[in-house]
Design a protein around this ligand. Structure first.
Ligand SMILES: Cc1cc2nc3c(=O)[nH]c(=O)nc-3n(C[C@H](O)[C@H](O)[C@H](O)COP(=O)(O)O)c2cc1C
Length: 356
């Protein structure tokens, strides 16, 4: 059966025509154009909103609604900080400023003062999301409290949680979510674990999907290492009800990343990815560059999430404007060397075409 005609309990619940989910991207890399194009082509488009302030969540959902009448997901991070990452002591701030000083100097920019918050509060974001009522609320790094899931059900917002292990999948299933993303260690972006250390949450997609499928009642969406029809067929054969692709959509022109990052994703540099805390303080997969090499050698000096993430993000605009890719977070999953398509429509068309 071709992918376009493969209807599952996941596609039925989510109200989508085809078993394809565009993975959400945080850090300003999601766009309304990307998510709405995927939804309009019969997949589930997603918008990563973990860094969107609560008072802008309503307008984000409204913009998505203005571009598609089909279902889409808004994505948040349930855990908005790690211990010690929300506030820095004077000594910690001084250490971070010293660590980052050479990079600010190289880019010719001053270090800004610390903000009152490094990251929006999930508690405030979720109230805004409930108010905005997106068709689907997907989340990572935990499980919202029962009241929130209950309120989602009452407001007809479908909930999709994310698991990196059997234990996390069981916990999500027991909490009553509508679907579970099982995300293997091949995936680009963070290890979105919440019950064990990231370093102990590295099961690959081929093992994780059937482990989860066999143990939960709800549909499973497979993520990690999927970029073409072979990958989608493989996870459907393992029992997943849909495939979630991240890196392949990130490389498309509609995503919010830079041209410099895209060209690396399509080049030889894509053959080397690494799991690193250099980008945000949480373990995440991206391309090896000077940034990951220099900061991974000093992991004990990095700040926990989100303080580390804030310092890195202060460099981003200047680095991007200067066309620099050596001091930028270059997110990528292990499947990047096989990327082929540069627009969302071409990627979706290729995924949905008849098998030859
Ligand atoms: C740059 C980047 C940012 C991401 N941000 C999020 C996020 O905020 N929330 C989330 O649920 N998943 C996030 N992900 C994971 C993707 O949605 C998707 O599950 C993953 O990329 C799939 O693996 P693949 O990259 O091998 O296709 C991110 C991935 C990337 C590459």
């Amino acid at each position: 059966m071709t992918i376009r005609d493969h209807h599952t309990e996941a596609t039925r619940r989510l109200g989508i025509a085809h078993p394809i989910v565009q993975g959400p991207f945080g850090g300003g890399l999601s766009t309304v154009a990307l998510a709405s194009t995927v939804s309009n082509l019969g997949g589930l488009g997603s918008y990563g909103a973990h860094q969107v302030p609560p008072d802008r969540i309503g307008e984000t959902v409204a913009a998505l609604r203005a571009h598609t009448t089909r279902p889409f997901a808004l994505n948040l991070w349930v855990s908005d900080h790690d211990p010690g990452g929300e506030q820095l002591t004077g000594a910690e701030e001084a250490r971070m400023r010293a660590l980052f000083a050479p990079y600010f100097a190289e880019l010719g920019i001053a270090q800004p003062p610390l903000p009152t918050r490094f990251h929006p509060s999930f508690a405030a974001q979720i109230e805004a999301l409930l108010e905005a009522r997106p068709p689907v609320f997907s989340f990572v790094f935990g499980i919202p409290e029962p009241r929130v899931l209950e309120e989602c059900r009452r407001r007809h917002i479908l909930t999709v949680g994310t698991a990196t292990s059997i234990a996390e999948a069981r916990a999500l299933d027991e909490a009553g979510v509508d679907a579970i993303v099982a995300t293997g260690a091949e995936a680009g972006g963070h290890r979105p674990c919440f019950l064990a250390r990231s370093e102990d949450s590295l099961v690959g997609t081929l093992a994780l999907v059937p482990l989860v499928v066999d143990r939960v009642r709800v549909p499973v969406i497979a993520a990690g290492g999927i970029a073409d029809r072979r990958g989608v067929h493989a996870v459907l054969a393992l029992g997943a009800g849909a495939a979630q692709l991240g890196t392949a959509f990130l490389a498309c022109s509609e995503s919010g990343t830079t041209e410099a990052h895209r060209s690396l994703l399509f080049g030889e540099a894509s053959e080397r990815t690494v799991l690193t805390r250099a980008f945000t303080g949480r373990l995440a997969r991206g391309l090896v560059n000077r940034w990951t090499t220099e900061l991974d050698a000093r992991t004990s000096e990095l700040a926990p999430f989100p303080a580390q993430s804030w310092f890195v993000s202060q460099l981003r605009a200047a680095a991007a404007a200067a066309g620099r890719t050596d001091v930028l977070s270059l997110w990528a999953g292990q499947i990047a060397p096989n990327l082929k398509h540069r627009t969302t429509t071409r990627l979706m068309t290729a995924l949905l075409q008849e098998d030859s």
